[in-house]
Write a protein that binds this ligand. Structure first.
Ligand code: SF4
Length: 63
């Protein structure tokens, strides 16, 4: 299956992914954006985040 990953070196913390897809992206306890562990990821919503991420730092990864 595939899951979204964030290149944290590029993330500018704009919160677009949190707004667009809060079931997949969240802010963790230490303040960074992260991907929630899910059995399956909603493809269209994640694609929306990929398109709208200003830093182009969200990609799919095969796991
Ligand atoms: S949309 Fe991209 S740059 Fe913005 S918080 Fe999410 S991962 Fe970071």
């Amino acid at each position: 299956m595939k899951m979204p990953t964030i290149d944290m070196g590029e993330c500018v913390d704009c919160e677009a992914c949190l707004d667009l897809c809060p079931s997949v992206f969240r802010r963790n306890d230490v303040g960074y954006i992260e991907v929630v562990d899910l059995e399956e990821y909603p493809e269209e919503e994640v694609e929306e985040c990929i398109k709208n991420c200003p830093a182009d730092c969200i990609t799919w990864e095969e796991v």
